[in-house]
Design a protein around this ligand. Structure first.
Ligand code: APR
Length: 193
């Protein structure tokens, strides 16, 4: 008998908030990391400052991590129990597989969360800062992957899946774009034109 009351593919709540990802009360926050998993600015810098030096030691042991992939560590001094370090692609004009690599970051993050039976995950807008990915394009890709997770069939291991997804943005204009796209992407028919 499975020990879970829920079956996979069960994202029930998608929240778009403006604020600081480090203060989110979720099971895991996602970091916009780099391949070497060494400290940077933006989301990475904020997460490392808030989590404390133990996080640096933990990521050092797991490096490197290629673009499109992710690793998971404890959250140390963060309210979140875990940090998922997802390495987004650097934007090089859009013809070097950037879309697929970015989508893969979200898929890998969901897989890592599922493997630990996490119920809530907060994502930043991966790759849209220092890595230069056009914001709206990145937001659409992220929302499509969140939608896929919501619609995912129960997997053979009976993992319950992430129930609450929080997208944490740095400013109101980014949140407006995300909210507009949310309505669009969630109602899009995948078999449409
Ligand atoms: N909370 C939420 N969002 C934030 C925060 C924060 N504390 N700080 C910045 N942002 C926003 C930025 O405005 C941007 O839209 O997060 C988005 C991602 O920006 P970056 O953190 O620069 O991430 P990315 O573009 O993926 O670049 C990764 O930057 O810090 C380095 O080590 C990191 O080399 C890596 C690169």
């Amino acid at each position: 008998m499975p020990a879970y009351g829920r079956i996979g593919g069960s994202v029930e709540q998608i929240e778009i908030v403006v604020g600081d990802i480090t203060v989110q009360r979720v099971d895991a926050v996602v970091n916009a990391a780099n391949e070497q998993l060494t400290g940077g600015g933006g989301v990475d810098g904020a997460i490392r400052r808030a989590a404390g030096p133990e996080l640096d030691a933990a990521t050092r042991a797991l490096a490197p991590c290629p673009p499109g992939d992710a690793v998971i560590t404890a959250g140390y001094r963060l309210p979140a129990r875990y940090v998922i370090h997802a390495v987004g692609p650097v934007w090089r004009g859009g013809h070097e597989g950037e879309d697929e690599l970015l989508a893969s970051c979200y898929r890998r993050s969901f897989t890592l969360a599922r493997e630990r039976d996490l119920e809530s995950v907060a994502f930043p807008a991966i790759s849209t800062g220092a890595y230069g990915f056009p914001f709206e394009r990145a937001a659409r890709l992220a929302l499509i992957e969140i939608k896929h997770e919501r619609e995912r069939d129960a997997d053979p291991e009976w993992r319950p899946g992430v129930r609450r997804v929080v997208v944490v943005l740095h400013d109101h204009e980014h949140a407006r774009i995300y909210r507009e796209l949310l309505a669009e992407v969630m109602t899009e028919d995948p078999s449409g034109p």
